[in-house]
Ligand binder design. Structure first.
Ligand code: PLP
Length: 403
């Protein structure tokens, strides 16, 4: 383990508990406060013109340690959160954005230009897919969508203009896990960048950079924040690439706010505790659901029945807190089942301390034709575990399935 300021901060540790508490934050903080303060300012001031000149010279020379200038470029609270996130992923630099989508869209716009091509392997969050399918073509960038588990299809999709292969592990909603070792070997062989959105995994369960990928994305709104009270996104990348992404962030402007950065820092301190508990509860709840006669299928990478179970076991140290399952019934029975649940909230999110459930099809559309085209079954339920007791979650599911 590395030490900073003579104190153990967990950077470089393979375990994530110590890093989650200490990494990224100065040991000695303003006013000797125990926690990193929210520096709620839009800009930073200069004593006189000489200080401006000195700053500009250092900036133009590419100095690494620059003072703060303007809130779109940096903020001390944000920098602390970024330092912690980089340490947790084992990456060189992290950049904090206003949302997960902002991290993905800004980064892809920075990396891809007119005439470029990207490969999307497996199912991805529907807005990410929409961005690749409908937005990027307006900037001359094409995407090919291939299965996450068919390397031959990745090979077939590669073109001279391909720059990047992108996956989501585990994916929403079927919790598919691409073999990141294979994916990064493929990317290296073809001279591509490899990227994974690991929102569902968190660095507690999966660290894509350790498997040779170049970029990791998260919707920090989910497990990293962990309390359903902030919107943020992060990309972790090697320093040179991060500088390019930072330039794009400075132009496009979607930075994480100081207050959200503070909430994120606070949430991250218990990431390891929360996720370990969610892993444990996840296995218990998934096994219960799989054994229940009113449930026809369960998607959870920790179950031997999941098609990617072996890959997940090799890559991940836990399988997370999201379980998708199909109940025996149609749209209406599924809605009734959800309405009978007493413990989880109904909503379109995951990763916080409160359990949240959703009938995915209804969050897509109330129009049956649109739902059919999306491929999401009417009886699919996504249950995102909070940190409540497994016994209570299971008892609640049981009463709702057996009414
Ligand atoms: N990536 C994944 C896997 C997600 O589930 C989401 C949101 O649900 C996003 C990215 C987008 O994140 P945000 O809502 O913070 O913009």
């Amino acid at each position: 383990m590395k030490e900073r300021n003579g104190n153990l901060n967990g950077e470089g540790s393979v375990l994530r508990g110590t890093a989650a508490v200490h990494a990224g934050e100065a040991r000695r903080k303003p006013y000797a406060a125990l926690t990193t303060p929210v520096v709620q300012t839009s800009a930073y001031t200069f004593e006189n013109t000489a200080e401006v000149m000195e700053f500009m010279k250092r900036k133009e020379a590419g100095a690494a340690e620059l003072r703060h200038e303007y809130g779109r470029y940096s903020n001390p609270t944000r920098s602390a959160a970024e330092g912690k996130l980089a340490a947790l992923e084992g990456g060189e630099r992290a950049l904090l954005f206003a949302s997960g989508m902002c991290a993905v869209t800004t980064s892809l716009l920075a990396i891809l230009g007119w005439g470029d091509h990207l490969i999307v392997a497996g199912g991805v969050y529907r807005r990410t897919r929409e961005f690749a399918e409908a937005f990027l073509p307006r900037f001359g960038v094409e995407a090919t969508f291939v299965p996450h588990d068919d390397p031959a299809s990745w090979e077939a999709a590669v073109r001279p203009a391909t720059r990047l292969i992108y996956t989501e592990a585990p994916s929403n909603p079927t919790l598919s896990v691409a073999d990141l070792d294979l994916l990064s070997a493929f990317a290296k062989k073809r001279g591509l960048l490899g990227a994974a959105d690991a929102t569902f995994a968190t660095p507690v369960n999966l660290r894509p950079l350790e498997h040779g990928l170049d970029l990791v994305f998260h919707s920090a709104t989910k497990y990293l924040g962990g309390h359903n009270d902030l919107l943020a996104g992060v990309v972790v990348a090697p320093a040179a690439l991060a500088s390019r992404l930072e330039e794009a962030q400075g132009v496009l402007g979607g930075v994480g706010s100081p207050h959200d950065a503070y909430l994120l820092l606070r949430g991250l301190k218990t990431l390891d505790l929360r996720v370990r508990r969610q892993n444990e509860t996840g296995l218990r709840v998934a096994s219960f659901l799989e054994s229940h006669p009113s449930v026809s299928r369960v998607y959870y990478p920790g179950l031997p029945s999941h098609p990617d179970h072996e890959t997940a076991r090799r890559l991940m140290t836990g399988f997370g807190g999201v379980i998708s399952f199909e109940v025996r019934g149609g749209l209406e029975w599924t809605s009734l089942f959800i309405d009978r649940l007493r413990l989880p909230y109904i909503g379109p999110t995951l990763g916080g301390v409160e359990s949240v459930v959703q009938q995915q099809a209804l969050f897509l559309s109330t129009d049956p034709e649109k739902r059919r085209r999306s491929g999401i079954a009417d009886n699919l339920v996504r249950y995102a575990l909070g940190v409540e007791d497994a016994e209570d979650i299971i008892a609640d599911l049981k009463q709702a399935l057996e009414f």
